[in-house]
Design a protein around this ligand. Structure first.
Ligand SMILES: [Zn+2]
Length: 198
């Protein structure tokens, strides 16, 4: 499918050699299958390629996408082709994450301590625990809900959690959620407390 968008052999070789080359190959088919014009699909492909080049060994996640847009783009000096138009980059990355089943475009991490903790938690789940992006994202959503519900604002509050407090929270949630949710939350809570340095 990549051949439908790019014809030059050296361009195809460069894209395939990208850290997320296999994803980019699928991405081309994904965009074409959704009726994007060749011009738009090419632009998105180049934008995703730029993101993949910057990613290197980092995990492909929404947190990384945010970091790329917020921290890298303003100071980007990457050689051409490096799409820098934020609107294109945002749309391209959203479609890419959507294809990977990573996250909905509306999911945003809060600022401050909680956002920072969740970002590190997502990275930890993917790089240390080796979870697939969709599972990591599901747990991230639960944790964000839990931290918001329990009004956690500072590290000290998190350390003060007792098993009873978590249990109480889980019982309340389990009544309104599908089976397995409580287990997912408990697992996420354990790894936040145990795996991520506060
Ligand atoms: Zn760059």
């Amino acid at each position: 499918m990549l051949e439908n968008l790019f014809h030059a052999k050296w361009v195809l070789a460069r894209i395939r050699a990208n850290r997320i080359g296999e994803d980019l190959e699928r991405y081309a088919a994904y965009l074409i299958g959704r009726g994007y014009t060749t011009r738009t699909a090419r632009g998105y492909l180049n934008a995703a390629e730029h993101f993949g080049r910057w990613l290197g060994r980092r995990p492909l996640s929404r947190a990384m996408a945010e970091r790329f847009m917020r921290c890298h783009l303003p100071i980007c000096r990457c050689p051409s082709p490096a799409v820098r138009r934020l609107k294109t980059i945002k749309a391209a990355i959203n479609r890419l994450l959507e294809m990977k089943g990573v996250a909905s475009a509306t999911f945003e991490l809060p600022g401050g301590f909680v956002g920072d903790l969740l970002r590190r938690y997502e990275e930890h789940m993917i790089t240390v625990r080796g979870l697939v992006a969709t599972t990591a994202h599901k747990r991230l959503v639960y944790m964000r809900t839990m931290l918001t519900d329990l009004r956690v604002r500072r590290a000290g509050q998190l350390l003060a959690w007792t098993p009873e407090r978590i249990e109480q929270y889980l019982c309340g949630k389990a009544l309104h959620r599908p089976p397995g949710t409580a287990q997912d939350i408990a697992c996420a809570a354990r790894s936040v407390k145990g795996g991520v340095k506060l």
